[in-house]
Design a protein around this ligand. Structure first.
Ligand code: SF4
Length: 391
């Protein structure tokens, strides 16, 4: 496949490596995309029918990964809208996770007891066609972007709520912010004594890896403990540039976790997920969640049946290391919170088996049946807790 120099002739290497150049030159619609590859009729219909519903934006870097000859290219399917995106599937919701009812201030969601989601911006380097927060990233939030006043208000909320132990900075993608703005925001949060952990959700290593440089890595290390949560969905996204971005963070002591969204015909196979996770692990990026697609409006065509994720997990468990097996998460609609699914390994006793006492039969990953006896004593209290946690 052609490299970026062939796809973007005349662009200087220094410009290509400049993340701000990448943002300034993002492809914004049919005309831009058609200069790079021949759009199918379906893609043209998708672009026309979703105009004004949800932004289109693709960094030249991410666009350079698109296979010009295959509309089913996983990068292309994540970047170019399908006509179905303009339709609501049964059950679709504008606010699929019920976040807006837990937004005490404009730029913060406080849904779980001890953690909050801070919306640092409503913009992204690439607008993913499966975005859950498209009501925010799609354009204007009640006509107002997340300006400094909104973010200051959110920081004030965190300061006033000592139960908030963990703050996830997201958006949009916070790595569209300058180092100066990001440093200010993270510094303010780090200075709040009850905030133990910061997390930063970003797709920059995937779609804008040049954003991750020494200065950013040092900035993130300075506010430790901070975890970067990124979002690789397919091995095709695992480029040398993406690897360099992830490894730079890890080398600076910034842990990187990955959340994959399960997407129909994009990555909905065990082979793809296993390959992706193995590549990420070799970069020291931990596969953390495999997400069932949320019920976000216009994403129904990308969602998989619930059983798909379970079948993928079953194909991984036992066949690869546990580190490569993510949690399969379903974020319940309307604010129910995340739950996890997994295959049911409980099994009936083999015919003719005489009960060996209390316990449970299971099937192993090879399909064999095994009995796990229960201990004779079911007292599991920890007497030392009273010493270690006085009062
Ligand atoms: S980077 Fe995240 S917030 Fe932005 S469009 Fe993609 S999924 Fe949505």
């Amino acid at each position: 496949m052609a490299g970026w120099q062939d796809r973007f002739p005349g662009v200087a290497e220094a410009d290509w490596r400049d993340w701000r150049w990448q943002l300034r030159h993002a492809l914004r619609g049919a005309d831009d995309l058609a200069r790079l590859f021949r759009l199918t009729d379906r893609e043209r219909r998708g672009l026309a029918s979703t105009a004004g519903l949800f932004r289109v934006g693709v960094t030249p870097y991410y666009a350079s990964l698109i296979d010009p000859d295959h509309p089913s290219c996983p990068v292309r399917m994540q970047a170019v809208p399908a006509p179905e995106e303009a339709e609501a599937a049964p059950g679709d919701r504008r606010d699929p996770l019920g976040e807006d009812r837990h937004r005490p201030v404009r730029a913060l969601v406080h849904k779980y007891p001890d953690r909050a989601l801070l919306l640092a911006t409503d913009t992204c380097p690439v607008y993913c066609r499966h975005c859950t927060r498209r009501r925010i990233t799609g354009g204007a939030v009640a006509g107002r972007p997340f300006d400094r006043a909104a973010v200051e208000e959110a920081i004030g909320y965190v300061r006033a709520h000592p139960e908030l132990r963990d703050v996830l900075v997201s958006g949009g993608d916070p790595l569209v912010l300058s180092d100066e703005r990001l440093g200010w925001l993270l510094g303010e949060l780090r200075a709040i004594p009850h905030v133990q952990i910061l997390r930063l959700a970003t797709r920059a290593p995937v779609v804008l890896p040049m954003r991750v440089d020494e200065a950013l890595a040092r900035l993130l290390r300075a506010v430790k403990p901070l975890y970067v949560v990124t979002h690789f969905n397919h091995p095709k996204e695992c480029t040398p540039d993406a690897r360099a971005a992830c490894e730079l963070l890890v080398d600076h002591g910034v842990p990187v976790e990955n959340q994959t969204v399960l997407l129909r015909r994009v990555n909905s196979s065990a082979r793809t997920i296993a390959d992706l996770n193995h590549r990420l692990l070799s970069w020291r990026v931990r596969p953390y969640y495999l997400h069932q697609g949320d019920l976000a409006e216009g994403t129904g065509h990308l969602r998989t049946p619930l059983g798909t994720g379970v079948a993928i997990l079953e194909a991984l468990r036992g066949h690869t290391s546990g580190l490569a097996v993510p949690h399969l998460a379903v974020d319940l609609p309307d604010g129910g919170g995340k739950i996890t699914l997994q295959p049911d390994y409980r099994a009936a006793p083999p015919p003719g088996t005489v009960p060996e006492g209390p316990g449970q039969w299971f099937r192993g990953f090879r399909g064999t049946r095994h009995f796990v006896p229960e201990p004779p004593d079911d007292d599991v209290s920890c007497p030392y807790d009273a010493v270690f946690y006085p009062g």
